[in-house]
Design a protein around this ligand. Structure first.
Ligand code: GRF
Length: 194
C-alpha cells in the first residue's frame, strides 16, 4: 500500500473539523496522515485537541505582521514537516496569492454553505434570510479568489421553520464532519496515484 499522504491542517478556533480529519485518519486504510496542525491564534482550542492526539502543533499570532510575512512562516512550518496537502479547517485568515501559488491544487477548505451561494461570513443567517429551503456545506480547492475554487464535495440539510443561525449551523456541522474526511481522503488517493 502507498505511504499515507502527509497533511497539514490550519485552524483558528475550536477545531472540530480538524478533529474529524484526525479521527478518520486512524482507520488503517486511510490514505492520509495529519502530521502538523498550525494556528494563527496561540489560544485556539483546537491546538490542545491536536496535542492530545500526539500531533505536532505550531502556533503564531498573525497580529502586527504583514500577510505575506505571516504566510511565509506557515509555509516554512508546512515544508519543514514535509506536508503534501493542506486542509483549512475554520482558518479565518485570507491566504496570500504567493502562498496559494506555492501550494497550487493542494489546499482544500470546508465552507458552511452550498457554494457558489454565500461566500464569506454569516452564511447561515444569509440562507435563512433568503428563505432558502436548504443549507449545507462544501469542500473546495482553494484558489486566490475567496471561497471560489472547484467544489469537490457537498452535503445538503433542510432549513426548518424557526431555525436560527445556531440551530442551522449545528445541523450543517454534522455534515461537515462527515464529508470533509471523505473529500480529503479522495484527494490524498489521487495524489498517491499521480
Ligand atoms: C466550520 O463551520 C467551517 O465550515 C468554517 O468554520 C467553522 C469551523 O469550525 N469554515 P471548527 O473550528 O472546525 O469547529
Amino acid at each position: 500500500m502507498a505511504e499515507p499522504v502527509r497533511v497539514g491542517v490550519l485552524i483558528s478556533g475550536r477545531g472540530s473539523n480538524m478533529a474529524a480529519l484526525i479521527e478518520a485518519s486512524r482507520a488503517t486504510d486511510c490514505p492520509y496522515r495529519v502530521v502538523l496542525v498550525a494556528a494563527n491564534d496561540p489560544d485556539a482550542p483546537g491546538l490542545a485537541i491536536a496535542r492530545n492526539a500526539g500531533i505536532q502543533t505550531y502556533a503564531h499570532s498573525h497580529k502586527g505582521m504583514k500577510r505575506a510575512d505571516f504566510d511565509a512562516l506557515i509555509d516554512a512550518e508546512l515544508r519543514g514537516a514535509r506536508v503534501e496537502l493542506v486542509a483549512l479547517a475554520g482558518y479565518m485568515r485570507i491566504l496570500s496569492e504567493g502562498f496559494i501559488a506555492g501550494w497550487a491544487g493542494r489546499i482544500i477548505n470546508i465552507h458552511p454553505s452550498l457554494l457558489p451561494l454565500y461566500k464569506g461570513l454569516d452564511t447561515h443567517q444569509r440562507a435563512i434570510d433568503a428563505g432558502d429551503a436548504e443549507g449545507g456545506c462544501s469542500v473546495h480547492i482553494v484558489t486566490p479568489e475567496l471561497d471560489d475554487g472547484p467544489v469537490v464535495a457537498q452535503a445538503r440539510v433542510p432549513i426548518l421553520p424557526g431555525d436560527t443561525p445556531e440551530t442551522l449551523a449545528a445541523r450543517v456541522l454534522v455534515e461537515e464532519h462527515r464529508i470533509y474526511p471523505l473529500a480529503l481522503a479522495e484527494m490524498a488517493r489521487s495524489l498517491q496515484r499521480a
